[in-house]
Design a protein around this ligand. Structure first.
Ligand SMILES: [Zn+2]
Ligand SMILES: [Zn+2]
Length: 321
């Protein structure tokens, strides 16, 4: 099978033999996968990664190494998959927090080969069926939409609460739509008129920001992916407000902590989320992603796809088998 390999900043495509499917795992034929900012960070040398990246995908189950029941439940199904492979027997796993299991591996990121290959493997328990009405290209967005939905599990956001989202990249556009679908009044601040326009139909108020407002929002989400984002988010937050940190910036972020302390602002880190609400939002069409797909490449042209994904102004680039 074809497999993308990332090592020392170079993306190559290799022909390798099919790996075995361990007990409790399913083999999944990749139908579509998306290059995300994390993949580009891995290419830049984040985590000292070498191997097959890819964690946003939709696929079809072609083999199940499990019970008769698991086989009949999953064979031939179109699926998305949770990316954290938890150990299932530590305290964190017992509490249902496998996403924080200290012994976990992570699809395409930490010690488990990713989705940029013809066939990938995941534990059966990680799988989620893709509803028939949800096309494969949209289902690829389940994982990043779940990451946006995680905010709603962490912060109580009520109908009509005012929320500012910083950053009009892929994650910012999804966060803004998810929070608007939840009923919040969302202001999205970004730098690119054409990207902001993509979410205006979803009830998001957008603003090309020259100067950001100060002390105005009770909840601010930083999805800029930049080191300055957190500083701006804290400045925009009212006293006793909440700043959600959605940007994973590689390297150190230096901020003056005084404004956060003086204004008693709560800082919340936020990463992966549950898939169920994401599948609902994408199926109902309340989160729209079609216009976020900038380009599609066959797997054997992965190096070109990575170059395209790193180009300014490009949103999601999909790989297809
Ligand atoms: Zn991602
Ligand atoms: Zn565990």
């Amino acid at each position: 099978m074809l497999q993308v390999h990332l090592e020392s900043k170079r993306v190559t495509v290799r022909k390798v033999s099919l790996s075995r499917t361990p007990a409790g795992f399913a083999r999944i034929r990749m139908l579509a996968a998306a290059i995300c900012s994390t993949d580009l960070e891995l290419q830049r040398g984040y985590y000292g990664f070498s191997g097959t990246p890819g964690h946003e995908f939709a696929g079809e189950v072609v083999a199940v190494n499990g019970s008769q029941e698991e086989q009949s439940n999953w064979m031939g199904q179109r699926v998305a998959g949770e990316i954290n492979l938890a150990c299932t027997h530590c305290d964190w796993c017992a509490r249902g927090l496998g996403r924080h299991c200290p012994r976990r591996t992570v699809l395409g990121i930490v010690k488990h080969p990713g989705a940029f290959r013809e066939f990938l493997t995941l534990p059966i328990r990680n799988l989620h069926r893709i509803p028939d009405g949800l096309p494969t290209e949209r289902a690829v967005f389940i994982e990043p939409v779940a990451a946006a939905c995680e905010i709603l599990d962490q912060v109580k956001i009520k109908m009509d609460d005012r929320v500012a989202v910083l950053g009009d990249g892929k994650l910012g556009l999804l966060v803004a739509q998810v929070l608007a679908a939840h009923g919040a009044q969302v202001n999205l601040f970004g730098r690119h008129r054409e990207k902001l326009r993509l979410v205006e139909g979803a009830g998001v108020t957008t603003e090309v920001s020259r100067k950001l407002p100060e002390r105005e929002f009770p909840i601010v989400v930083d999805a800029t992916g930049s080191a300055e984002g957190l500083h701006s988010a804290i400045a925009m937050c009212i006293p006793r407000g909440i700043v959600v940190m959605k940007s994973t910036v590689h390297g150190l972020v230096s901020i003056d902590t005084a404004p956060a302390i003086v204004n008693e602002i709560t800082l919340i880190g936020s990463r992966c989320g549950r898939f169920e609400p994401a599948i609902r939002l994408l199926s109902s069409g309340r989160v729209r992603v079609d216009s976020m797909i900038s380009d599609q490449f066959p797997l054997d042209r992965a190096p070109g796809a990575f170059r395209r994904a790193a180009t300014k102004g490009i949103l999601k680039v999909l790989l297809r088998p």
